[in-house]
Design a protein around this ligand. Structure first.
Ligand SMILES: NC(=O)c1ccc[n+]([C@@H]2O[C@H](COP(=O)([O-])OP(=O)(O)OC[C@H]3O[C@@H](n4cnc5c(N)ncnc54)[C@H](O)[C@@H]3O)[C@@H](O)[C@H]2O)c1
Ligand SMILES: O=C(O)C[C@H](O)C(=O)O
Length: 326
């Protein structure tokens, strides 16, 4: 049996937390042979609810669950953690854009960046889910100067999975037939789901769909899916977000298939001309616990404009929080 790893989840008493913790404890994230210690962080008024979640975790008798810590202190929550899922943050309501949450949520990520810097494992893998995820990941990363910037990622996997299903349904194929999907940029309405390098059952996706459907239906549906769920459910996506967090961490820790890639918000090294240092979503392959940006993809003029627009939005978000970026 492997030694247990420490997995910190913030906002653990919230909606996503409730859909996430049981799957992590069951082995869905890190594999059936990897015991985990859950370190659950929430704010003080949520500690009673969090205790209820701990009781339910106990009641599952998960063979892989080697311990549960509940706390409202980030210095305890991030102690020696190997994986950190930063979920705790306010969700948006109807009529809001995710960047409208910056003011309410940004301070959380500067405090947690500092706590990660001080207490986490030096190889910690951080996934930011709380919105606006990319810029919150940037804030956490910049407040953790002793950690490698590559340790900080933002969740684009929900957008990636949404795009795969929309394309599979349109082409009458299975989601498993869809390969090489890319969603570029920001987890926001400017994100750019790019089908020019995608294949369905080995055929280029753009040979199977027409440009009108691509531009007028596919792209806006994927970009606006979060808002559509808020409108329908009266609350933001939770189970699908938790599922995407599991998928993101599993791919990062255990690898991606050799003939495929995933979309991850990662520290830009200037690939594809994107400003260095932004947390921007790129197509990534993972191996041995490391991600690499897939290089050399053809970028059409159409794609270039869309990629630049979402980059511009991330630059503006970065500038709006510059007081939190040491
Ligand atoms: N990136 C994505 O694809 C994606 C998808 C869905 C939701 N989200 C975002 O995830 C976040 C959480 O969503 P939810 O539905 O679980 O919300 P929720 O309100 O149900 O839960 C949030 C939890 O975070 C806790 N919290 C608040 N401040 C905290 C802090 N400083 N430290 C620790 N915990 C704190 C709250 O007490 C609450 O328990 C929101 O910002 C939402 O917009 C992102
Ligand atoms: O849309 C939201 O605010 C929640 C989440 O980011 C989503 O994409 O479902």
């Amino acid at each position: 049996m492997k030694a247990p790893v420490r997995v910190t989840v913030t906002g653990a008493a919230g909606q996503i937390g409730y859909a996430l913790l049981f799957r992590i404890a069951s082995g869905a994230m890190l594999g059936d042979d990897q015991p985990v210690i859950l370190q659950l962080l929430d704010i003080t008024p949520a500690l009673d609810a969090l205790e209820g979640v701990r009781m339910e975790l106990d009641d599952c008798a998960f063979p892989l669950l080697a311990g549960v810590v509940c706390t409202d202190d980030p210095n305890v929550g991030f102690k020696d953690c190997d994986y950190a899922l930063l979920v705790g943050a306010r969700p948006r309501g109807p009529g809001m854009e995710r960047k409208d949450l910056l003011e309410a949520n940004a301070a959380i990520f500067s405090e947690q960046g500092k706590a990660l810097n001080a207490h986490a494992s030096r190889t910690v893998k951080v996934l930011v889910v709380g919105n606006p995820a990319n810029t919150n990941a940037l804030i956490a990363q910049r407040n953790a100067p002793e950690l490698d910037p590559r340790n900080f990622t933002a969740m684009m996997r929900l957008d990636h999975n949404r795009a795969k299903t929309q394309l599979a349904q349109q082409t009458g194929k299975a989601v498993t037939d869809v390969r090489r999907m890319t969603v570029w940029g920001n987890h926001s309405a400017t994100q750019y789901p790019d089908l020019f390098n995608t294949e369905v059952d080995g055929t280029p996706a753009m040979e199977l769909v027409d440009q009108g459907w691509y531009e007028e239906t596919f792209i806006p549906t994927v970009q606006q899916r979060g808002a559509a769920i808020i409108k329908a459910r009266g609350a933001s996506s939770a189970a699908s977000a938790a599922n995407a967090a599991i998928d993101h961490m599993r791919a990062w820790a255990l690898g991606t298939p050799t003939d495929d890639w995933v979309s991850m918000g990662v520290y830009s090294d200037g690939s594809y001309g994107i400003t260095e240092g932004l947390i921007y979503s790129f197509p990534c392959r993972c191996r041995d616990g490391q991600w690499e940006i897939v290089q050399g993809l053809a970028i059409s003029e159409f794609s270039e404009g869309r990629m630049a627009a979402t980059e511009q939005e991330l630059t503006e978000e970065r500038d709006a929080v510059k007081h939190l970026l040491p």
